[in-house]
Design a binder for this molecule. Sequence first.
Ligand code: BGC
Length: 496
Amino acid sequence: MSAAVTSPIAATSFAQQRRGCRAGSAVRCSAAAPTSAAAPILADLRLQCAAPLPVLRRVADAMAADMRAGLAADGAGELKMIPSHVYSLPTGNETGLFYALDLGGTNFRVLRVQLGGKDKRVVDTEFEQVSIPKEIMRGTTEELFDFIAMGLSRFVATESDKFHLPQGRKREIGFTFSFPVKQTSIDSGILIKWTKGFAVSGTAGKDVVACLNAAMERQGLDMRVSALVNDTVGTLAGAHYWDDDTMVAVILGTGTNACYIEQTETIPKLQHLVLGTRNTIINTEWGAFSDGLPLTEFDREMDGESINPGEQIFEKTISGMYLGEIVRRVLVKMAQVSDLFGHSFPKKLAEPFVLRTPHLCAMQQDNSDNLGEVESILNDIIGASQASLEARKTVIQVSDSIIRRGGRLAGAGIAGILEKMENESKGQIFGRRTVVAMDGGLYENYPQYREYMKEAVVELLGPEQSKHIAIEHTKDGSGIGAALLAAANSKYAAQF
Ligand code: BGC
């Protein structure tokens, strides 16, 4: 059993870095230089984060090459390329009541859906969201799964007669578990490692469905997990249910990942299963990618102080959990060498992860001349009460550099996947309409990030090929998708 990690981020080494100023206190900094002294840091940052087309091309090609390596053998590439064991996507014929449980971030969601078959499709749906306390995210496996099973049990107890479970059937559940899992079958899988700030002890190496079953038993809850899916896989299944041109799903939220439809005969590591010619879904776990990424000193420092140094580098460069923190680190350096925020160093700026991606987003939406919203966010969040207009503009430029790099690299990843699919089977992607289903708060809420991402896809694919690609938001598709996959893999499927 590995010991619980009590803090996701090691304490900042700010105290040692702050030359001539007392760390964490709003003292006057004797060495303060004018705001313009921050300009070279901004110029360097912009250069390093520019991600021009040749860099994107290298990333897209390296991503495609790594995908092939990961399909050939486990551990051969950075991308795990995990077979989902989904061989049949929902057809629309599914009927009945199904549940989904979605664990992947600071909240978990429970959902029930009444499916009405080809004509009625989704008849009714209800969900509830429960936030996971920090101590549970860093507690023991039993604590986490008991907490989840309790939430699920409370939710099941509120099932009204809008929902119907046919006599003699057990309630079935699709379990969306959004962490890297070595899937052993459609309804079992072993956690490889936690990501996104989770540090629950004793789960890595265990079957997460067995953990959930044991917790449900402790709660006296008699349900059957009929599908274990990654959130990308759930999103793909959910989007495919409505639009069968959907071939790829991407999550850009707290964490990031992508999955896509692959033909079994092009997966060397599955050949022993003698699956014949079928389609399946591959969970790439692209967050682990790192080859050729344009990284800065700020990325390296953040990674070094994280709970998983050297891991999830793509995720740390492009996903919502980290973008605010990278910007904070740039601002710390700027405030150390200049009076960007006045003569004293804003105390709260020293706190890791205090500046979050939604703050960057809110600041970037401020179109006013005096950047009033930026001023109040800087005041409220990092305690910078004296940020001049010049300083506010600098903060926006720093945010934009990091957001732009993130969006462009995400776009390169998408282009890499599409090109790999097309290469394997000409015309499969660019000879027809192809939908990339997108979900996650970063994609949904950050318009600039979204635009940078789409621009990069078009730059890489060119106008002709990108004409065939529809990048579409599938809101909360992973929950419904998991319920649909539970239905598609139901032990009562023959009765539909
Ligand atoms: C996890 C993936 C997940 C992604 C998006 C990553 O940290 O490793 O399994 O799909 O986050 O939630």
